[in-house]
Design a protein around this ligand. Structure first.
Ligand SMILES: [Zn+2]
Length: 205
């Protein structure tokens, strides 16, 4: 991989042998391996020993989980916060494991919509809750850095499964609770959006 990165630097008009770039291929490879380590992560190993049987069926919410991902169209970062809720049906996930679960899907080449769905589907599959909701907000550098319509560099995606899909009151309860977080743009958008609000930045090739 380092050879390819050195070649890319030359293609960009750089001199890969100059002092500042000498170790860049090595660093870039290391960074990319880390940022895509979700491909080799094992969801079951991540959740190992952290699925608990409980007699609790109130909504569990974990909000403001930071994530960093790479858009698959430009290999540039998109990042922001994920808010997750589920209603247990006999099983819960240890709270500390939920951000790690987010990392499994964020550390890949992604689109925000798919990442949102993958997180929701995995929680559904692993603990069969009565419902799962995932709302993800992201700033996309591939849009922001090019100055393409600044407002389009921010996107909100959501996945609502089970009770969150079928029951408007449950969904609203979740949206109300995450609105209280200190997430300005999300708060404004949620005022306009009841559910399944998806605002995708236009791809630009
Ligand atoms: Zn992109």
């Amino acid at each position: 991989m380092q050879e390819i990165i050195a070649r890319m630097l030359a293609e960009l008009g750089e001199d890969p042998s100059r002092e500042g770039l000498r170790d860049t291929p090595k660093r870039v490879e290391k960074a990319l391996r880390f940022l895509t380590s979700g491909y080799t992560a094992d969801v079951d190993a991540v959740l190992n020993n952290a699925l608990f049987t409980v007699d609790y069926n109130e909504m569990v919410i974990v909000k403001d989980i930071d994530y960093y991902s790479l858009c698959e169209h430009h290999l540039l970062p998109f990042f922001g916060k994920v808010h997750i809720a589920y209603i247990p049906n006999g099983k819960v996930i240890g709270l500390s494991k939920i951000p790690r679960l987010v990392d499994v899907f964020a550390r890949r080449l992604q689109i925000q919509e798919r990442m949102t769905n993958e997180i929701a589907e995995t929680i559904r599959e692993k603990i069969r809750p009565l419902g799962v909701a995932v709302v993800c907000e992201g700033t996309h550098l591939c849009m922001a850095m090019r100055g393409v319509e600044k407002q389009n560099s921010f996107a909100i995606t959501s996945a609502m499964l089970g009770a969150f899909q079928s029951d408007a009151r449950t969904r609203m309860e979740f949206l109300e609770l995450i609105k209280r977080a200190d997430v300005g743009p999300l708060r404004r958008s949620l005022l306009r959006a009841e559910h399944d609000f998806v605002e995708t930045p236009d791809a630009f090739g």
